[in-house]
Structures are given as C-alpha cells and as structure tokens.
Design a protein around this ligand. Sequence first.
Ligand code: GLN
Length: 543
Amino acid sequence: MARYIFITGGVVSSLGKGLASAALGALLQARGYSVRLRKLDPYLNVDPGTMSPFEHGEVYVTDDGAETDLDLGHYERFTGVPTSKDDNITTGQIYSNILRKEREGGYLGKTLQVIPHVTDAIKEFVLHGNEDVDFVLCEIGGTVGDIEGLPFFEAIRQLGNELPRFDTVFIHVTLLPYIKTAGELKTKPTQHSVKELRSIGIQPDILLCRSDSEISADERAKLARFCNVRSEAIIPAYDAASIYDVPLEYHKHGLDDEVLAAFNLQEDVRKPDLTPWQQISDCIHNPEGKVTIAIVGKYTGMKDAYKSLTEALVHGGIANRIKVELDWISSEIFESENPSPHLEHAHGILIPGGFGERGAEGKINAIKFARERKIPCFGICYGMQLSVIEAARNLANIPNAASSEFSENGAPIVGLMTEWTKDNEKQSRSKQGDLGGTMRLGAYPAHLDADSLINKIYGAPSIEERHRHRYEVNMDYKEKLEEVGLKFSGSSPDGLLPETVEYPDHPWFIGVQYHPELKSQPLNPHPLFASFIEAAVEQSRLV
Ligand code: GLN
C-alpha cells in the first residue's frame, strides 16, 4: 500500500517546492522505492493552458495531452516517471467536475459544500491509482494561508487521520531570511507559518528550510521548540550551484533518513545509490569547455516560461560534458536591428515555441541569419513554423508567406489545423471553438525519412513526441520548398502533417513541430539536444 508525503509551503512563494518534491522522489528511488508525484494547484483556472507564460511560466504537456504545471516537468526530470492528467488538479477542475455531476443529478437531494464535497473530490484525486507505488509525493501549490488553498489543506489534514498510522508524512518548506544589519537568520516567519499550518490541524513532521547561509545549532533548537518539530527533522535546504546537486545536498543533510524515520521505516537499512547524481554533478561542475546558445524568444524576461527548454540544453551539455551558457534575446529587437552584432558570437541559435504575432518577424530574421551564416539552428514548434516561412519568403520567392496565426491575407504556409487523427479517431476544430485544451496536445507518433539527419540523431525511423500547437505547416508547399533545399524529413504516420524539417546543406539546422524538451532528463538527455550542443561545440571551434 502506498504511503503519502504531503509537501506544503510557507513564508513566501517560489521556494522551489516542486524541485524539493522531485529531488526527494529521486532520493527515495535511489533506495529502491517506487514513487509517483502529484501537484494540487489551488488556483481557479481549469488548467494553465490558457494562462500567459508571463503569469504562470511554462505549460508542461504530458503524454496524454494534459496541459499542466511546470512542476510536473521537475518531477519527470528527476524521477523519470512519466506524469499524466491524473497528476495535476486545480480548484477549477474540481469545481467543474462537481458542477457537471450536480447538473446531471448526481447529488440529488444534497446541499453541495466545500466540506465534504470539495474535500472528498481532492482526497479521491490524491488516492486513486496508487496501488503499485511505494510513495506518493503530493505537493500543494501556493502558500499556507492562501484562501484558495484551504480546502486542499483540509483534505490532506483529513487524510492524515483516515490513512493508517505512519502512512502519512507532512513536510513544510519555508524560508529563513538573513537580515544583514542584524547579522542573523530569522526564524520568526517560519514560526508563524507553522503556527498557521497547526491552526488548520496540520503538524509538520519535517521542516525543509531554504536559506542562503548556515543554520546554526541555536537557530535549529529555536525552530524545533517553537514549531514543535524534532530538531533532527529540521533540514537545511541551502541554495545549490545547480538544481541537479539538490538530491545529493538533501541526502547530505539527512532528508531521506528523516522521511523514512517519520514513516517508522528506520529499520530499512538500504543505502541509496546516488552514483548517477554524483556523475551528473561532476559533469556540471567540471566541464571540458563551453558554448553559448542564443535563445531568441518572446518571453525572455520570464525564464520560467522556458523551463524545460533551458533544462534540456543543460542536459545536452551534460551529454557532451560542456557548459552551456544561455544568451536570452528578445526577438522583437530584430524587427528594427540587424541580427549580426547580437548573434554572431553564438555557437547555436534556438528559436523556441511561442504564440501570436508579437516578435514573430524578429524570429524570422534571426532564422535567416542562422541559415545564411551556417550557425547551428534549432527551431521548436513555432520555431519550425517560422523556419518554413523564412524559407518560403527568402528562398522559394513567396514574399507574402505567412501563418494564419498572424496574417489573414498572406500565403498560408502555416495554417489552422482543422482536422487530424488521434488514436484512429478524427479530431475536428474550428476557428470559433474554445481555446482551452483544444490544441493538438500530447504524444503523437512521427516517421523520419531514412536518409535524414534527424533519423540518424534518434537512431530510429519512428518516434513519439509531445505536441502543443494549433497551426501546422501546409503540405501543399512541400515540393516547392524541397526544391530550394528545405527537406521535409519527418511527418505524421498518415503523411498529412509535417513533423520535422532540415537543410541537408547546413551543418545543423533542424525544425520540429513538437516539443522534445519535455522528454529530456539529466540522466537521459534528449538526443536532439545532445546533438545540437555537439554541433555548437563544432561551431565554437570555427569561430
Ligand atoms: N503558435 C503555434 C501554434 O499554435 C506554435 C505553438 C508552439 O510553439 N507551442 O501552432
């Protein structure tokens, strides 16, 4: 039977609870346990799919096509366990399910209330489908005390009593701010946060304390006394040089031992095998060289919008034992300025996914520069679509080439997808349809041409990658574009939707309609990122 670890946060948001949960998951796996991670998000949106990346950061897409919180990306990267729509829920989803059931007459006669109806729905979500796992780690989004969070805290409080003794553990992640003028770390915010948690009936078993300076024995004793937590269960979470050091750091400070002790599993003397994490840490801290990758995007001021992408580039670096430095460039610059001074130092140029008109022309100019100067160039999703538009305009002599996403009157090189097949079923969309959850989402197979670079990189003719797009390159232009050198190297199995493009006469220029970054992991870097960084290393030798 599964045991449950509930991870809550206090003091401030953005403490890295997701990362903490993921790293703990990796530590439990290193001891031979199986884990599953889930995220409960108290906000009212049904999912983050329609939220701006500026607001919410990256939307992480699962194989089964759920648009989820970016913490699920951390979970997959650290544990390698694929997440699904069953691993992320929001208040919006819970209420829409309850209200649908109410309209269908599912609660006839009953008055619907937060307790028990909403809390029961949350508990059901937490508990279902865990038959085969040893530990379920459940992270509650937001900070204790948030109004939206209350039903979630109440639900996990109830689970603490309803599940067998020693089957639940509560970890509270907090911050110990350092006050320079006093020269002290302050425990008071944590004391208040734990007080808040206890006032709703949850006594944390473990405190995971974020801090940028050493937590002294005195401070530990104070926290233990005022927060009613054992002193050995106060675990420092110091800022780490790399997120991939975090499992090792937590282990060093005894987190996994303390978690097992809280479950009364201290007699389990299995020692964790942390060799893979040590190897990664070694690669990151002792690289044999470095490359600079320019990311030309729209949300460059909000790095979380590209979380999986930046991590996948780090993984590409790990695969080559190379440090990857990122140069974030807002594509809008290239609408008025020559790309050359901004891009000529780059050893690789990456055009990430994106939406809408703003910055699109700038990306097209950056792509033209990378193509002409033969700098390795990787176009992802919108990046691939814009690469095709660039080729149409500048090589195939279609000056008004455009996407119907940003131009009604241009030549529709990229157009709205109205029909496609998913698991042998036809999917239809129209311009007037809902925006939420209606893109071509999740894992779809693609076939790669035998004589393509991309086939060689994957070492396989068939792949499956995750998608998130509403528009698609128009096959009608394939022949014309291939004549001028842009090869359509991969497509959906029915041959109707282009999935990958490349220039055989360029050292490394690949565009993909999907998001390979979502499946890259430090212990298993994605081949496209490994190959892109390898090409960037080659480029760095030339300049
Ligand atoms: N905006 C494009 C589309 O909807 C690309 C999406 C993306 O890059 N994720 O097709």
